[in-house]
Design a protein around this ligand. Structure first.
Ligand SMILES: [Zn+2]
Length: 165
């Protein structure tokens, strides 16, 4: 069953029906995520699939893909960061149901299902989870240029000194 684009979904209904929804979302629409970006131009692709986990519990599979412009923590210039992620969220009726489960890294993530779950929030949470803590270029262009500029005058000076001796 393929649903047309909806801003909100009924979690349990969507999961039980095996519904699916996909599209592209502008980065400027993510209030929390855009704070972490060097630019909120462009969009990310997403897909939402209603399913069940290995134990038969109603779940949502959230997929995101796109390129985010992060800010390099070393040179502060924009840094493209590719995101391609998929996560299974097992629905819970209440928060206490989630709290009652033993904390274990191997169990899937849980989320409280609502009658009106914001699709944007599901995508945004998934994107934020993927962000590196301190993004850095492998090679910062700014720093490389600076290093080159400082090496050449000294190299020239050393050359002069050697000629004098
Ligand atoms: Zn950098």
């Amino acid at each position: 069953m393929f649903m047309s684009h909806q801003p909100v979904i009924d979690g349990f209904e969507f999961a039980s029906a095996g519904a699916a929804q996909q599209g592209a979302w502008p980065l400027s629409g993510f209030a929390r995520l855009r704070e972490l970006l060097a630019s909120d131009a462009g969009e990310v692709g997403y897909a939402l699939q209603g399913t069940r986990d290995a134990r038969g519990r109603p779940s949502l599979r959230v997929s995101v893909s796109g390129t985010l412009q992060l800010r390099c923590q070393r040179c502060l210039e924009p840094m493209p960061f590719k995101v391609q992620a998929e996560e299974l969220l097992v629905l819970a009726a209440t928060q206490s149901e989630i709290d009652a489960e033993p904390a274990d890294a191997s169990v899937p993530d849980r989320v409280v299902a609502g009658k009106e779950m914001a699709v944007r929030e599901l995508i945004e949470d998934q994107l934020i989870l993927e962000l590196p803590y301190a993004p850095r270029h492998e090679f910062c262009n700014g720093l490389e240029t600076e290093a080159d500029a400082s090496i050449s005058p000294f190299a020239g000076l050393r050359g002069l000194i050697q000629r004098k001796q």
